[in-house]
Design a protein around this ligand. Structure first.
Ligand SMILES: [Fe+2]
Length: 295
């Protein structure tokens, strides 16, 4: 049984106020004070981004959920059988995450995961302070994360064989170019929902701990307004508007206070996995997405 969705992310920061301003004014999420940090809401759930007060800027963990306890128990038993160190979280920690229970572990490249089941909803409506009508979430989860994976093949096998993910697409990117550049591998993986990829793995190290995360809004206007807000706030635009080859997402990328990028897009395809053949893309984009790594 596969993971159902990417339910949330956990980010550590020394600058909670920077995240509050960015979360509300740029992303358009709803910030709620929590334990010295913030919960950022994107929908009816109590949070989708947990911003914890820490001593530096770092992506801490991706929160994955199984659909129910039976699937969770089987999945965790499989991790243990494979020799993965699994640390159960306390009941208080689970309450804090609004799941019934969860465990901590790491993938073979060292990315920290929280794997749980049973999301608690509080029924409060989502009200965006920036007028975002809604984020595309629900059973598709909060979006996707692209994790650094120095041990690319081993890490892909971990998600596929132990957590039930499937291949959606793979590609190689050539940062240096030239005939001697072997390129760097990227794997795009889906779990048990129609989102094109919930986790992607990139064969390069990233100091912030995350290559990027993506949130999706319903339409082009919502992306354009976010781009206006980002520019007005002086946020570094890491990539211009563009359309990806593989998931057809029209998006731009911007730097977050955590040092990693956030992709803000709309229109991602939602394949039917029963009739889908994984693709191997030899081009990253249909148009756009000009990168600016400075800033
Ligand atoms: Fe992305």
């Amino acid at each position: 049984m596969a993971i159902r969705s990417l339910a949330y992310v956990v980010v550590d920061t020394a600058d909670v106020e920077a995240w509050r301003a960015y979360g509300e004014n740029v992303l358009g999420m709803q910030a709620i004070d929590h334990d010295g940090g913030l919960r950022l809401r994107m929908d009816e759930r109590p949070f989708r981004m947990l911003i914890r007060k820490g001593d530096g800027e770092r992506f801490h963990a991706a929160g994955l959920v199984y659909p129910d306890k039976a699937a969770f128990d089987r999945g965790i038993a499989g991790l243990r059988d494979a020799g993965v160190a699994v640390e159960p979280a306390s009941a208080d920690e689970a309450k804090d995450r609004h799941v019934v229970e969860f465990v901590r572990c790491a993938d073979p490249s060292g990315n920290r995961l929280e794997i749980g089941w049973g999301r608690v909803v509080d029924g409060d409506p989502f009200v965006s302070p920036a007028g975002v009508p809604e984020f595309v979430t629900g059973e598709m989860g909060m979006g996707h994360v692209v994790l650094p994976a120095a041990k690319l093949a081993e890490t892909r096998a971990f998600y596929i064989e132990l957590l039930g993910f499937g291949d959606t697409d793979e590609m190689r990117v050539y940062m240096q170019g030239g005939p001697d550049d072997p390129g760097l591998g990227l794997h795009f993986l889906h779990c048990d929902n129609p989102r094109h990829h919930s986790v992607a793995l990139a064969e390069f190290p990233v100091p912030s701990g995350l290559v990027h995360m993506m949130v999706e809004v319903p339409g082009l206007d919502d992306v354009g307004r976010a781009l206006d807000r980002a520019k007005a706030a002086g946020v570094h635009i890491s990539s211009s508007l563009g359309k990806h080859m593989n998931d057809k997402m029209v998006s731009f990328y911007m730097r977050s206070p955590g040092g990693f990028d956030i992709e803000y897009g709309f229109g991602g395809i939602q394949p039917d996995w029963n009739s889908f053949t994984p693709t191997i893309s030899i081009k990253e984009d249909e148009w756009g997405h000009q990168w600016d790594f400075g800033g």
